[in-house]
Write a protein that binds this ligand. Structure first.
Ligand SMILES: O=P(O)(O)OC[C@H]1O[C@H](OP(=O)(O)OP(=O)(O)O)[C@H](O)[C@@H]1O
Ligand SMILES: NC(=O)CC[C@H](N)C(=O)O
Ligand SMILES: [Mg+2]
Length: 501
C-alpha cells in the first residue's frame, strides 16, 4: 500500500521521518527510503527491507536538512528491488524527489508520452517514476528560475489532467520545500499536521496516516482534500490550493478493512470505530442467518480482525478469546511478495492455544479473505487443536475482483472468491459455516464515521472501477505482468540507478 511522510521542521528532520516511517511500516515492508535537503543538495538512503533494517543510527544522523520525505514500499508496478525503492529523483527542474502511494492506471501511455513528446528518460518500470517526471515536466514548462506557489499548483493541476488512477504523493524541491498532493478522487489517504517547533516556529508534517502525526507530537489539521495540493516552504510557510477542475471523495474502503492502523483517522473516519461497527453488523447477519446459533467462543485471527472480533462477540453475547498467539517478529503476510512466502509465514506467525478450542464450537473471524492463504491454514489449526465445529466470519464481503489502485491483487483467478459462491468457498476453506459481511453494511460502517462521504472506492468487492479507463484488456495486461509466478525481481546491482548511500 505504501506509506508516505514529509516534514518541514526548524532543525534536522531525518530522525523524525524515520520515526514516522516506523509508524507506517504496516503499509509496506519491501523497501524504505528517506531523503533530506541541505544547502541545495539532496541526501538520501534507501534499500530493501524494513525501516529498522535499512537505516542505522549513524546513517540517520548523517542525513542533514530541515526538510525531508520518506517512503515505505509495497510494490504494485515494477520489481521489488532496491532500484525501485523510493523516493525517486530527477535533476531537472530544480532537483525534485518524490514518493508515491497508489497506482497509475495509464502509466504505460504516460511513459511513452514522456519519452516521445516531453523528451524525458525513465530508467525503471515504476509508475512512481512516471508520476515524478510528469510533475517535473509540467513544472519545467512554467520556465521559472525560482517557482512560486502558483507555479507548483499549476504543475499539480497538469498532473491531475494527465494522470489516471490513484496517487497520494509527497515531493521535495531543492532549497524550496515540500509539496504534497492527492488524486482528484482521494482514493489514497494523506493527512496534514502541525506542531510548535523551536523559537515558536511552526513545523508541518504530511503522512499517509494520522498515527504518524500522533507519535511525533503533531496536531492533526485534517486531510489533504481530493485534488488539493499543500506546499510548505523550507522556511515553514504553508499554502494549500485545490488544483483539480473536478473532484470527489472516494476513499479506498480496503484501508478501513485491512490496511490502516485502527488508531488512525482517515477522512474524518475513525478506523477503530469503523471496525467496531463491522463487528456489530456482522453479528446482526449471523443472527439473521442462524437465530439459534451455537457459538461457544469468538476467536480473532491476529492482528487486524481483533477490533471487529471483540465487537462481534459482544453483540452475539458470547465469549471473546485470543486463541491464536502471534509471533511479533513476523510481518504482515498479505503484503509479502510470492504465495510460497505468504503460506509459510502464516504458520510461523500464528500458533493456537489448544485450551480455547478443545471440544468447542468456535467462530473464527478475519477482516477479509483474499487468496484464502490464512483462513485455510487457520481452520485446520483450529481442528487440530480439538475444535468440534469451526465457523468462519469475514468482516468484509467476498473479494472477487482485482485491485488497480495500489493493492497488489492483479489477478482475479488468485482470489478465492472469484467466480465462486459462498458455499463453494466454505467447502474450499474447510469451514462448517462461512458468513461474509454484506457490502451495504460494510459501506454503511465507514459512512457512519463521516456522513459527508458519498461513496467509496470498493472495486475489489463490486468490480466497479471509478477512476481511469479500466476494461477487460487492461485487467488482462496487469494479470500477465504481475500474476502469481511472473518473476518480479530484477538484479538491483545491474539495473539500479538509485544513487544508494
Ligand atoms: O486470504 P489471505 O490472502 O490470507 O489474506 C487475508 C489475510 O491477510 C491479512 O493478514 P496479514 O497477516 O497480512 O496482517 P495482519 O497481521 O494485520 O492481520 C488479513 O488480515 C487477513 O488475515
Ligand atoms: N502500493 C503502492 O502504493 C505502490 C506505489 C507504486 N505504484 C509502486 O509500485 O512502487
Ligand atoms: Mg490478518
Amino acid at each position: 500500500m505504501c506509506g508516505l511522510v514529509g516534514i518541514v521542521g526548524a532543525t534536522d528532520v531525518a530522525a523524525d521521518v524515520y520515526d514516522a516511517l516506523t509508524m507506517l511500516q504496516h503499509r509496506g515492508q519491501d523497501a524504505a527510503g528517506i531523503m533530506t535537503c541541505i544547502d541545495g543538495k539532496f541526501q538520501q538512503r534507501k534499500g530493501e527491507g524494513l525501516v529498522r533494517d535499512v537505516f542505522s543510527g549513524p546513517q540517520i544522523a548523517g542525513l542533514l536538512g530541515n526538510f525531508g520525505i520518506g517512503h515505505v514500499r509495497y510494490p504494485t508496478q515494477g520489481s521489488s528491488g532496491t532500484a525501485l525503492a523510493q523516493p525517486f529523483y530527477v535533476n531537472s527542474p530544480y532537483g525534485i524527489a518524490l514518493a508515491h502511494n497508489g497506482n497509475l492506471t495509464n502509466a504505460s501511455q504516460l511513459a511513452s508520452e514522456l519519452f516521445r513528446s516531453d523528451l524525458r528518460h525513465l530508467n525503471t518500470d515504476s509508475d512512481s517514476e512516471v508520476l515524478l517526471n510528469v510533475f517535473a515536466h509540467e513544472l519545467q514548462r512554467r520556465g521559472k528560475l525560482v517557482p512560486e506557489a502558483a507555479d507548483i499548483f499549476a504543475a499539480v493541476s497538469a498532473v491531475h489532467r494527465r494522470c489516471e488512477g490513484a496517487y497520494a504523493a509527497v515531493a521535495m524541491l531543492t532549497d524550496l520545500g515540500v509539496v504534497a498532493f492527492r488524486d482528484p478522487n482521494g482514493i489514497r489517504p494523506l493527512v496534514l499536521g502541525v506542531r510548535e517547533g523551536p523559537r515558536q516556529r511552526k513545523e508541518y508534517m504530511v503522512a499517509s496516516e494520522s498515527v504518524a502525526l500522533d507519535v511525533l507530537g503533531f496536531e492533526l489539521l485534517g486531510d489533504i482534500q481530493p485534488g488539493e495540493a499543500v506546499y510548505i516552504t523550507a522556511a515553514g510557510e504553508m499554502r494549500r490550493h485545490q488544483c483539480a477542475e473536478s473532484h470527489r471523495l472516494l476513499p479506498c474502503i480496503f484501508e478501513h478493512v485491512y490496511f490502516a492502523r485502527p488508531d488512525s483517522m482517515m477522512d474524518g473516519v475513525s478506523v477503530y470505530k469503523t471496525r467496531m461497527r463491522q463487528g456489530e453488523r456482522l453479528a446482526q447477519k449471523v443472527m439473521r442467518e442462524r437465530p439459534d446459533q451455537d457459538i461457544d467462543v469468538v476467536i480473532p485471527i491476529p492482528d487486524t480482525s481483533r477490533v471487529a472480533g471483540q465487537s462481534l462477540a459482544y453483540h452475539l453475547g458470547v465469549k471473546f478469546r485470543e486463541g491464536f498467539m502471534k509471533n511479533r517478529y513476523i510481518g504482515r503476510t498479505f503484503i509479502m511478495p510470492g504465495q510460497n512466502t505468504r503460506k509459510k509465514s502464516v504458520r510461523q506467525k500464528l500458533n493456537p492455544v489448544p485450551l480455547e478450542f478443545e471440544g468447542k464450537t468456535v467462530m473464527l473471524i478475519d477482516d477479509s479473505i483474499v487468496r484464502g492463504t490464512t483462513c485455510r491454514q487457520i481452520i485446520q489449526m483450529a481442528r487440530d487443536s480439538g475444535a468440534s465445529k469451526v465457523y468462519f466470519a469475514s468482516a468484509a464481503p467476498p473479494v472477487r475482483y482485482p485491485n488497480v489502485y495500489g493493492i497488489d491483487m492483479p489477478a482475479a483467478n488468485e482470489l478465492i472468491a472469484h467466480n465462486r459462491t459462498v458455499d463453494e468457498i466454505c467447502e474450499l476453506i474447510g469451514a462448517d459455516w462461512l458468513v461474509y459481511q454484506d457490502i451495504e453494511d460494510l459501506l454503511a460502517c465507514s459512512q457512519e464515521g463521516n456522513e459527508s462521504i458519498s461513496g467509496f472506492e470498493s472495486s475489489v468487492f463490486d468490480g466497479i472501477y471509478q477512476a481511469g479507463n479500466i476494461d477487460a484488456d487492461y485487467l488482462t495486461t496487469i494479470e500477465a505482468a504481475r500474476g502469481e509466478g511472473v518473476s518480479r525481481n530484477q538484479d538491483a546491482a545491474v539495473v539500479g540507478l538509485h544513487n544508494d548511500a
